[in-house]
Design a protein around this ligand. Structure first.
Ligand SMILES: Cc1cc2nc3c(=O)[nH]c(=O)nc-3n(C[C@H](O)[C@H](O)[C@H](O)COP(=O)(O)O)c2cc1C
Length: 139
C-alpha cells in the first residue's frame, strides 16, 4: 500500500480547508490502494523556520523538525488542500515545505485547490514552481 498524506494548508479561524480535506480523504480511502493520513498545518503549529543549517543537510536541532521530517519521510505521495490567498498559497504551506528538503523529493503531489472565481488556479501555478525546486512531481 502507498502511503498518502493529505495536507490541509489553511490555518485561518473559520477556514473551509477541513471540509474539502475530509471529502478528498474519503475519496482516497475508498480507492483502497492508499494508506491515508490527514495532516493539518493548524494543528501541527510549526514555528517559522528556525533551523540554522540548510535543510538539505538534515542537521535538525528542533524536536518539531525531527517529527515533521519523520512524518514526511514516511510518505510516498501527497495531496495538498490549499486555498488561494492573494494569487498565491498560504504562508503556512511554504513554511512547512521549507522545513525539509530530501523528505519531499521524487514524490508525487496532487492538489485540491479552491478560492474565488479562479478556483485556486493561480495558487497552484505558484505552488508548482516551488515544488519542482524540491524535486517533487506535481500531477
Ligand atoms: C487573505 C485572503 C486572500 C485571498 N485572496 C484570494 C485570491 O487572490 N484569489 C481568490 O480566488 N480568492 C482569494 N481569497 C478567497 C479565499 O480563497 C477563500 O475565502 C477560501 O475559502 C480561503 O480558504 P480557507 O477558508 O481555507 O481559509 C482570499 C482570502 C483571504 C482570507
Amino acid at each position: 500500500m502507498y502511503n498518502l498524506k493529505i495536507i490541509i494548508a489553511s490555518t485561518r479561524p473559520g477556514r473551509k480547508g477541513p471540509a474539502l480535506a475530509n471529502w478528498i480523504f474519503d475519496v482516497a480511502k475508498n480507492h483502497n490502494e492508499f494508506s491515508v493520513e490527514l495532516l493539518d498545518l493548524a494543528e501541527l503549529n510549526l514555528p517559522f523556520l528556525d533551523e540554522p543549517s540548510h535543510t538539505r543537510l538534515q542537521k535538525y536541532t528542533k524536536e518539531h523538525t525531527k517529527k515533521w521530517s519523520a512524518t514526511i519521510a514516511a510518505a510516498d505521495a501527497f495531496i495538498f488542500v490549499t486555498p488561494e490567498y492573494n494569487y498565491g498559497y498560504p504562508a503556512s504551506l511554504k513554511n512547512a515545505l521549507d522545513f525539509l528538503f530530501n523528505e519531499w523529493a521524487y514524490k508525487a503531489v496532487a492538489f485540491v485547490s479552491y478560492g474565488g472565481i479562479a478556483g485556486g488556479t493561480r495558487c497552484m501555478q505558484a505552488l508548482k514552481q516551488v515544488l519542482t525546486a524540491l524535486n517533487m512531481v506535481p500531477v
